[in-house]
Ligand binder design. Structure first.
Ligand SMILES: Cc1cc2nc3c(=O)[nH]c(=O)nc-3n(C[C@H](O)[C@H](O)[C@H](O)COP(=O)(O)OP(=O)(O)OC[C@H]3O[C@@H](n4cnc5c(N)ncnc54)[C@H](O)[C@@H]3O)c2cc1C
Length: 389
């Protein structure tokens, strides 16, 4: 029988550990991250010192096993941490989520014991952050058309090509990279690699001028006769497509959680502003149109949050966890975009001004329906699961 998505009896109530992490991350975000958020956004300044502190708090190797220096926590706890970071600074949240979920996660899941012991401890302890190279200038949603090549040369792999839109480019010490190893084998001719930033032939381009997430780093990375040890092959040769899809299935949870955090903040800003701003002799919160807007915003927030927690709780247990992650990502990101638009509308002209936080959130939220798979791709994944198409 095809399962259509209900799982009666699932319990994702939080344990004490998760509540403690929520409190700790919330306090850190408010005390350490919030004060400089606007300035870093304006100056396009990467929060290097803050990221280092996130490492000290154990937030950069959250799902890496303790044997490799990580915190050994589950996807739900990870989502709670992302949500709290994104509420204050979506740029910091994406920097942290990329390192955890598209760099550490595939290494922990597919790497050899030797690779895990060598690569994960500095990432998990925060000495380094990670990146993920999948997208290319000509290969976005259709990753099977990637052109970056890897060929075996004795005890090395040699990579040639480029990867576009790479979060943490230039800041990361390690990248998980997908490349074609056998052009004749189609989707089975792609393999995954771990590329250290100091590898010969590796370089980073200029930072992209983005609409939002201006305090996160995004750039193209280049491989020109880039030589890495043969042992840096991730999993087996030809497993790259499987690695990429499994990684994205998992990492979408982080983008759903990032969206929930932004949505939460948009609600807070809308409520505060509506209670302060007076028009027609009363706070605008007393006008029913504003009340309805806030009620919708709050209702969609709860729906997005519960779906995200449900998908995260299912990550390790359900066969259709990938579909649930896509459903959480598409719903939470689109709801967060609607929420930021509604909250900005409630701010009137002030919302169009960078003096008000909602203006930054409105820019930052836009990418959540695009990266780690567009909304259209999420709908394809969901439909394929249901229709076996
Ligand atoms: C800020 C930022 C950070 C990023 N970080 C990373 C990173 O760290 N690593 C990395 O590898 N990539 C990263 N990306 C790339 C991101 O994952 C891609 O932008 C995304 O997957 C979409 O690919 P594309 O931009 O090439 O769009 P395209 O694939 O060209 O799509 C363009 C439009 O066509 C639609 N479309 C395409 N095919 C179909 C179809 N079959 N049916 C219906 N609609 C379709 C898409 O949904 C989209 O609306 C990042 C992007 C951004 C903006």
């Amino acid at each position: 029988m095809t399962t259509t998505g209900t799982a009666p009896g699932i319990d994702f109530s939080f344990g004490e550990d998760q509540e403690l992490i929520r409190e700790e991350v919330r306090r850190f975000a408010q005390e350490r991250i919030q004060p400089g958020t606007r300035e870093r956004d304006q100056k396009h300044e990467f929060p290097a010192a803050i990221i280092e502190e996130l490492g000290e708090l154990g937030l950069l190797g959250m799902m890496v096993g303790e044997a490799y220096g990580g915190a050994g926590l589950d996807a739900l706890t990870y989502c709670v941490a992302i949500e709290e970071l994104a509420r204050i600074c979506p740029s910091t949240a994406v920097t942290m989520s990329v390192s955890n979920s598209v760099c550490c996660w595939p290494i922990a899941r597919f790497g050899s014991e030797e690779l895990k012991k060598r690569i994960l401890p500095p990432l998990a302890s925060g000495g380094q952050i990670g990146g993920f190279g999948l997208t290319e200038p000509g290969s976005g949603s259709d990753i099977s058309t990637m052109k970056t090549r890897a060929r075996r040369d004795g005890d090395s792999w040699i990579l040639d090509g480029e990867k576009a839109w790479i979060t943490n480019a230039g800041a990361a010490g390690t990248y998980v990279v997908l490349a074609v190893t056998d052009p004749k084998a189609g989707k089975r001719g792609i393999s995954g690699f771990v590329v250290p930033a100091d590898a010969e032939g590796f370089s980073v381009g200029a930072s992209e001028e983005k609409l939002g997430l201006k305090a996160s780093k995004t750039a193209t990375i280049y491989f020109e006769n880039c030589r890495i040890p043969a042992a840096n092959l991730l999993g087996e040769e030809g497993q790259g497509m499987k690695i990429a899809l499994a990684t994205l299935d998992h990492s979408r949870l982080g983008i759903a959680a990032q969206s929930v955090g932004i949505h939460q903040r948009a609600l807070e800003l809308a409520v505060t502003y509506a209670q302060e701003r007076v028009q027609f002799g009363v706070p605008i919160a007393q006008h029913q149109a504003i009340q309805f807007s806030i009620a919708t915003l709050a209702t969609e927030l709860e729906a997005a949050r519960q779906l995200t927690y449900y998908a995260a709780s299912s990550a390790a247990t359900r066969k259709d966890a990938g579909r649930l992650a896509s459903q959480a990502k598409v719903y939470a990101s689109e709801a967060a975009n609607r929420a930021c638009a509604a909250a900005l509308q409630i701010h009137g002209g002030n919302g169009f001004c960078e003096d008000y936080e909602i203006a930054r959130l409105y820019r930052d939220v836009r990418v959540t329906t695009i990266y780690e798979g567009t909304s259209e791709m999420q709908r394809l994944v969901i439909a394929r699961h249901l229709l076996r198409a």
